[in-house]
Design a protein. Sequence first.
Length: 202
Amino acid sequence: MCLPLDFCRTISAAPSILHTLFWTDLASWVGIMAHGMFYTDFVATAVYGGQPDAATGSVYDLLFDEGVRMGSWGLLLHSITACLYAVFFQDYVTKMIGLKRSYQLGVGIFSISMAVTVLNTSSLTCLNLAAAASGAGYAVITTIPNILVTMYHEDPGLYYGAEAGKAGVGEDIAILDSGYYLSQVVADDNISSMYCFIMRLI
């Protein structure tokens, strides 16, 4: 049984390079989770002007439904781009600029696409293009951190130094996976409240 305190101890005891990768991966996943959870609601309310609690059949209810549908198309484009980038482009980009830069590029593209989404709510074309571009970030976040851990274990003395040999590759990847699940809790508990507050201001 893994208690929160045990989890904190495991993260704290991890080698410094893995510690940094965990927090980076967690922050990336929080962004991805927030996008997946709230994108359709954002399009429905901020772009279409719908209201989730509007009376059934009212104009605001119909606008909200239409916005959710359009937001779903954006998420579909996001998934298609993630698949195409992972299959056809990621290896090429990684060979050109390396794993670290490839990871930074993907997270950078995701960040820019989120900024475009929030700042430009008047153009559905821009929103859909931004949603599609965000798929590149999803592709790198789901693959490169695990590849980095595998690379660290190919030469643990170089990357882990005196902390080499404390854990196997499976345990280190499990630490990253815990960040994936923790991001869902963070996004649901904190960002949902923030999102509701912002939507009241719009």
